[in-house]
Design a protein around this ligand. Sequence first.
Ligand code: GLP
Length: 249
Amino acid sequence: MKIYKTRDYDDMSRKAANLIAAQVIMKPDCVLGLATGSTPIGAYRRLVQMNQEGDLDFSRVTTVNLDEYKGISPDNSQSYRYFMDENLFNKVNIDKRMTYVPDGMEADSQAACRKYNEILRAVGPADLQLLGLGHNGHIGFNEPGDIFEKETHCVTLSERTIQANRRFFDSEEEVPRQAYTMGIGTIMSARNILLLVAGQDKAEIVKNAFFGPITPRVPASVLQLHPGVILVADEAALSQCDLPLSGQL
Ligand code: GLP
């Protein structure tokens, strides 16, 4: 695992955007695995800027998103499809038909997961998968459990995740209880993984996930087994980790 320690959120976002841009420049028809949450917003903003300044072309890029709430429509401002449109897709020259997010409106969980797995297989492994980190170590919506789930599945969100997402909704009742998420096997099949973490409130989980045992109780810990992980995290998020001077492992 390569670790880049950044000064703050902005520094993290700039480095992340540069790495994503490098991927797109090196392989213009690449597959990007994308994430939602507050962490990648700054990186998306910079990518939009690069695109608008004519320095980055998304016209041949395909994207696959990690997850989507179940029962929320794409035009609901809390849906992850809406988030992606607002923060990236509507602002760059990407072909929206090449942007994939699980179908939250498919009520039949098995059908929704089967459909997304077929898309993921057809599109192929992501060249670069972007990830954030939940406070309980979740990646995508892979919550702590007894096993690492391989493929897309329907999850019941943990109380901690519901509380963390509460800030985006008007009331707690509105926070969805279930979601469709890409599985750990699919995430691990990405050629490279870019994990972004910022803030003191993530310091403990960063230590447990990347310097503790590999266990499905801390889903992100599986990333220790992937040869191409880059963790870009700010000083606060790395404050409980005993890093070598170079800041890299
Ligand atoms: C949500 C998303 C994850 C994200 C996590 C952390 O649960 N499903 O993909 O990584 O939240 O979010 P934030 O970046 O807002 O801390």
